[in-house]
Every structure is written in C-alpha cells, then in structure tokens.
Design a protein around this ligand. Structure first.
Ligand SMILES: Nc1nc2c(ncn2[C@@H]2O[C@H](COP(=O)(O)OP(=O)(O)O)[C@@H](O)[C@H]2O)c(=O)[nH]1
Ligand SMILES: [Mg+2]
Length: 369
C-alpha cells in the first residue's frame, strides 16, 4: 500500500457531555448550533439520558444516524445529573471534556474561547460564569437568585478556591484533571463542577469566562426539593464522607430524633396522662419506630423513596430489622457489662452495634437500591 493512502487517524478533541431528562424539544436545535459553531474542531456530543419518558434518547439516536458526532448514552433505572456527566466523561477518550445543559440556557458560543484557553494555557478547567463581569443570570426571579447566592456561599465549606460561580453547570475540563479527581468524586446530585473542585487532589488551575444565562427554550426545570437535599448530601459527603458514609450519618441523625419522639411520648403517656410505664414505653417505641421509618424514607433514602404498598412492606421489614437490632444491642451490652465493663460504656457499645446493624439491614432489605 502506498503511503499516500494511509491517512493519519484523527481522534475527537472535544467531547461535549450533555445530561438530559425530558429534553426532546431541545436536542435537535442544540445539535444544529454545535454543528455550525464547531466547524473545524474534531468534536462529539454525548447525550447522557436517564430514560426520559418523552423519548429524548430516541430523538438523539435519530440525530446520530445522520451525524456520527452525536452519541447517545441511555441509562436505565437511574437519575442524577452528576453521575450522568461522570459516565459521559468515561465514555470518551477526548482530551477536552465540556459539560453543558440541553435546554439552551448555556451560551454554546463560549465553547470556542473555552477550548482556546485549554489548548493554549496552563489551565485545568474553564468555568462558564454568571457571576463575573459581563455574565448574568438572565430571567431568574428574586427567589431563585437568592437561592443560588445562598448555595454559592455554602459551597465555600468544601471548595477551597476563589471561584465566583462554583455552581455553574457549564464548563470545560482537561481530561487529566478529571482523571486525577474521578476516584474521589461523590457523584451525588446536580453539582458536578463543585464536586470536581472539591475532589481534586491538587487545586485546579481555573479560569472563569462570563456568559449570560438564557431562558429555557422548551420543557421545564428539574430543580426541586430533591435537588436541594442532594446538594446538602454532596456537601456532607465532601465534609465527612471520608469518615462515615453520609447515609449512615443521616440514619443516626434520624435515630436521635426517634429518641426524642420516644421520650416525649413516654412523658406524655406515663407522666401526664397517668397510664402505666410499660404502656408508655411500648407506645414510645412504636411511635419512634414509625417516625424513624418515615423520616428515613423522606430524607436518607429520598432517592429510593417507598410509596403505596411498598411503604407498608418497607415498614414491616424496617420493624423486623430493628427488632433484631435490639437483640444485638442488648446482647452486646449485657456481655460487656457482665465482663465488668463500665455500665455507660456497655450501654453505648450496644447502641452503636444496634445502629450499625439496623443501618446495614434496612439498607439491604428496606431500601434496596
Ligand atoms: N441525565 C440526567 N439529566 C438531568 C437530570 N436532571 C436534569 N438533567 C438535565 O440537566 C440539565 C440541567 O437541568 P435543568 O432542569 O435545566 O436545571 P436548571 O437549569 O438549574 O433549572 C438539563 O439538560 C436537564 O435535562 C437527571 O436526573 N439525569
Ligand atoms: Mg436549565
């Protein structure tokens, strides 16, 4: 074969990762814009879709059949913007990785200067920023603006960098920087940029470029209470996750609420209403068990929340698991106490063993992933 027939293989230089959930009306327009904008760049767009009921994935595949730069990564039975981005990163070998929303709120024109910075300067990550000069938050109402401001302040707990818009969902990162951080990423919730900054073993060299956040084109926002709770989970995971798993921390927090419920019920029934002690203790236990179950279902396991009959089945398995926990608790405590351990220490050891037992068992049986 003559040398002239051997073409140099050219790989993808820029991969744009686009998480989607119910964005069927936006993906076509976004691809058209990228096609026009990125002429001359070896690019691809990876749509990571969480099995949107509106058929976003099918629409992306339709676009992909006429443009091989378009790819669809469809996930089944999963939700989450951050984890979608991480899986997008791992599905490509491109040296530059961008993340942007599908809803056309991010100004795609910024991808070009972002790429230029990464190509030419010793910068790990370029952030599309709404909060540096020339940037803006578009048509957000006061409430949303204040929420974002508050969340940005909170992010300082884990950020360790003077980034003005760490909550941005629009950025471009050098592959090596992502790979250095990837094993530490929490992958919880919406804030993948903050996760990257907080998970990087070395401080990220960053640059912020301003852009004006645009109004959503079609469809609706997925920002809800779940997203806010996920954000708190992310912060907690970054702060204490290396010591105890966040879910266990929440589980014990709920447990201490349960103790309060128990003692209040006991006081009310035994002291105030004059019933006998055992009735008060039994009522306290039942109420604490029920409130613990419901609270865990709405906070610790909000993402796997049980509903309908699942709620009933869940409550039964929760009570069963916790009853075994009581046996383990009392067994260990009695053994230690008989072994002449301090009574308080024995009691505490029982509580800890019981808590770990309850957590492990209910994670497996009640709120199985
Ligand atoms: N894969 C995936 N994408 C999501 C999920 N939630 C939101 N998205 C996408 O993430 C982007 C930002 O979400 P959006 O609701 O617009 O958030 P907002 O801009 O903060 O209001 C959009 O492209 C959404 O379709 C999810 O659970 N999974
Ligand atoms: Mg949006």
């Amino acid at each position: 074969m003559s040398d002239s027939l051997v073409t140099e293989p050219v790989g993808i230089e820029l991969s744009v990762i686009i998480p989607t959930f119910n964005e069927v009306a936006n993906v076509g327009e976004l691809v058209r814009r990228l096609e026009t904008l990125l002429r001359g760049v070896e690019w691809e767009a990876i749509f990571v879709d969480d099995d949107s009921p509106d058929g976003t994935a099918a629409e992306v595949r339709r676009l992909a059949r006429r443009n091989p730069r378009v790819r669809c990564l469809q996930r089944l039975g999963r939700r989450g913007l951050s984890s979608a981005c991480i899986e997008g990163f791992l599905a490509t070998s491109a040296p530059y990785l961008a993340v942007m929303d599908a809803d056309l709120q991010h100004d795609e024109a910024l991808l070009v200067p972002m790429l230029e910075v990464l190509r030419g300067e010793p910068v790990d990550i370029v952030v599309g920023s709404r909060y540096v000069g020339g940037g803006g938050i578009g048509d957000w109402d006061q409430r949303r603006a204040r929420m974002s401001e508050f969340a940005t302040k909170l992010s300082q707990l884990v950020l360790h960098a003077e980034v003005d818009d760490p909550m941005s969902g629009f950025f471009m990162v050098r592959r090596e920087a992502m790979e250095r951080a990837m094993h530490n990423l929490s992958g919880i919730g919406f804030k993948i940029l903050l996760d990257l900054f907080a998970s990087s073993p070395e401080p990220l060299r960053f640059r912020e470029l301003p852009y004006e956040f645009r109004a959503r084109q079609a469809g609706e926002t997925k920002l809800d209470t779940q997203v806010m709770l996920d954000y708190l989970m992310l912060l907690a995971d970054k702060l204490i996750g290396h010591v105890v798993p966040v879910r266990f921390f929440l589980f014990t927090l709920v447990g201490s609420v349960g103790v309060a419920v128990h003692l209040l019920t006991l006081t009310l029934i035994y002291r105030e209403l004059g019933y006998d002690f055992v009735t008060g203790q039994v009522m306290g236990t039942v109420l604490a068990m029920a409130s613990n179950f419901l609270l865990n279902n709405y906070t610790t396991y909000r993402d796997r929340r049980l509903k309908g009959w699942g709620l009933v089945r869940g409550f039964l398995s929760f009570t069963l698991a916790c009853s075994v926990g009581v046996v383990a608790n009392v067994g260990i405590a009695a053994h230690l106490f008989n072994d002449s351990t301090e009574w308080l220490l024995s009691g505490l050891a029982g509580v800890i063993v019981g808590a770990v037992w309850n957590f492990a068992l209910t994670a497996f049986y009640t709120w199985k992933a």
